[in-house]
Design a protein around this ligand. Structure first.
Ligand code: 3SL
Length: 242
């Protein structure tokens, strides 16, 4: 297995795709997706474009769908929820399809949606991702951070490092480093692994969320390996629980 880390969708090679893409948006899209599926959502359908989300979800009866929209960290008017994983309780999302559009995470999912395998990773389901990759052994793996509007984000890279470090410690011979970003991500994780919440408080998007009073979201998103769930793409943009 050859591992590559990309910090943003814009930094991925334009004319290539991996055998398996792990899309990460720790704050907060992939954390929310993992939480919703773990809480019994039927599926999560991701859109980069809000208008398209509104149109496609219209075909679903209102009691079978939820619209989740976030821009700039805040809930989009007219949606049922924003992008807080804390809203994804079994009572609220159970049995429903979550139609979601976020600033960066859903764009990252779209960038690699034509890969043979696409899974959603975050700090909370890190070990489920590692287990899946160890069992499946795809030849090339891209761990793709969502970043923020084209820029680097600490929380996605530290999660990429957490996945890479765990994979390499399990079977270093079977895992090779595809680019320098893998080494840098592991170094970041090694430095911060016992203080992930503190790192999130320093991260620019963490600070944006703190200004929106999302302190509890940050705590939830920093709880490593707290959920055993793997969101996997069934068809482009449609994620289900494995
Ligand atoms: O950028 C995104 O896709 C979101 O996850 C951002 S937020 O955490 O909902 O503000």
């Amino acid at each position: 297995m050859k591992l590559f880390v990309y910090h943003t969708p814009e930094l991925t090679p334009a004319d290539d795709l991996p055998d398996c893409a792990v899309v990460i948006d720790v704050l907060r899209a992939t954390t929310t997706i993992a939480t919703a599926l773990n809480a019994g959502a039927e599926a999560v359908q991701a859109f980069s474009d809000l208008e398209q989300l509104m149109q496609e979800s219209e075909a679903w009866s209102p009691d079978k769908r939820l619209r989740a929209g976030e821009r700039g960290g805040a809930k989009v008017e007219g949606c049922d929820l924003g992008n807080s994983p804390l809203d994804c309780t079994p009572e609220f999302v159970g049995g429903k399809r979550l139609f979601i559009s976020t600033t960066n995470g859903t764009r990252a999912l779209q960038r690699v949606e034509k890969s043979s395998i696409v899974v959603a990773g975050s700090i909370i389901n890190r070990q489920s991702v590692v287990r899946f990759l160890s069992e499946k052994q795809p030849e090339t793996v891209w761990i793709l951070g969502s970043g923020w509007e084209g820029g680097y984000s600490l929380e996605d890279t530290v999660c990429a490092g957490a996945i890479a470090q765990s994979l390499m410690s399990q079977g270093a011979d079977a895992v090779t480093v595809g680019n320098d970003e893998v080494v840098a991500a592991i170094a970041l994780y090694t430095q911060w692994k016992d203080n992930l919440l503190q790192l999130f408080h320093q991260a620019s998007h963490g600070q944006r969320l703190l200004r929106l009073n999302c302190d509890e979201d940050l705590k939830y998103c920093a709880a490593i390996d707290s959920l055993d769930v793997l969101p996997i793409q069934r068809s482009p943009g449609l994620l289900v629980k494995l």
